[in-house]
Ligand binder design. Structure first.
Ligand code: C2E
Ligand code: CA
Ligand code: CA
Ligand code: CA
Length: 276
């Protein structure tokens, strides 16, 4: 990873339009931030809809900037993706999250960890061997790791995408299809690719209870996913009414502000200790 930073350093072009840092290319700033340990992993609970118990956590990266404070991934992931910095950053997130989950498992919490994988990472030829290496280093069981991928990764080169997924599956990790229903959606992906979990995008969950078509869509997605033996997670659950709907239609898991926003490791641990 250290080698990668050095080759990345200074190659980026400037495209974040912000003030005092204009002279420094974004990639250099991101590399420096990683070296200075300014990135943090937050954890958002994924909860069993029927029991209300936490069964998993999604790792979500933040940049704790010394002057600007907490910067959301929406502000730097696109630049990280474009410059290639996402590869070392994504590895760092994966490593940090796996190590943290191993600690929580050792403390008696048998949870899974879900980590987002970007398009660039997904196309790295050495991806599955890096994942295997990180699992070996952290001691986390492969089946405790779920990698979240978006549909956009599947459209470019279906054959090599399936091969990559198969390599990851062979390690024993679970694969989750993130943001389902947005963008490139094709139902054929669900049968062609070896997914374990389907995450229904937030945009379908909001307004689910307004008596509009979203309710019908979510019901249909849950039924279809179950008939394909996929687990279903609903994202962005914010109200009791949304939760009740998901409970009634047997959605497996949910994630959203209703239960908890993404938390620091310390706050997440507090939630676990409170018996949630
Ligand atoms: P995502 O993977 O779809 O993650 C879910 C996003 O929804 C998170 O935003 C989370 O904070 C937010 N969220 C959770 N519950 C609710 C809710 O009830 N209501 C609303 N309105 N939002 C909710 P966040 O953390 O800002 O991350 C944004 C995106 O950045 C993620 O979307 C993901 O695509 C990307 N991202 C974050 N961390 C990583 C990472 O480590 N690697 C990669 N490649 N991408 C990441
Ligand atoms: Ca995700
Ligand atoms: Ca998502
Ligand atoms: Ca998203």
């Amino acid at each position: 990873v250290a080698e990668q930073y050095n080759t990345l350093r200074g190659q980026g072009s400037e495209f974040i339009q912000n003030t005092a840092y204009k002279l420094e290319p974004i990639k250099t700033r991101l590399c420096n931030a990683l070296e200075r340990e300014e990135f943090q992993v937050y954890y958002q609970p994924q909860v069993n809809v029927q029991t209300g118990k936490i069964i998993s956590a999604e790792a979500l990266v933040r940049w704790l900037h010394p002057e600007k404070g907490l910067i959301s991934p929406a502000e730097f992931i696109p630049a990280a993706e474009e410059t290639g910095f996402i590869v070392p950053l994504g590895e760092w997130v994966l490593q940090t999250a796996c190590r943290q989950m191993q600690v929580w498992q050792n403390a008696g919490f048998p949870l899974r960890i879900a980590v987002n994988l970007s398009a660039r990472q997904f196309r790295q030829p050495e991806l599955s061997s890096r994942v295997a290496q990180i699992l070996a280093e952290t001691g986390l069981e492969a089946n405790s790791l779920e990698l979240e991928l978006t549909e956009s990764l599947m459209v470019e080169d279906a054959e090599s995408a399936i091969a990559t997924l198969q390599h990851l599956k062979n390690l024993g990790v679970c694969i989750s299809l993130d943001d389902f229903g947005t963008g490139y959606s094709s139902l054929s992906y669900l049968t062609q690719y070896p997914f374990d979990t389907l995450k229904i995008d937030r945009c379908f969950i909001s307004k689910i209870t307004d008596g509009c078509t979203n309710a019908a869509i979510v019901k249909a997605i849950i039924e279809m996913a179950h008939s394909l033996c996929l687990e279903v997670i609903a994202e962005g659950v914010e109200t009791e009414a949304e939760k009740d709907f998901l409970w009634r239609y047997k959605c497996d898991m949910m994630q959203g502000y209703l239960f908890s926003p993404p938390l620091t490791a310390a706050d997440f641990e507090q939630l676990l200790l409170e018996g949630k």
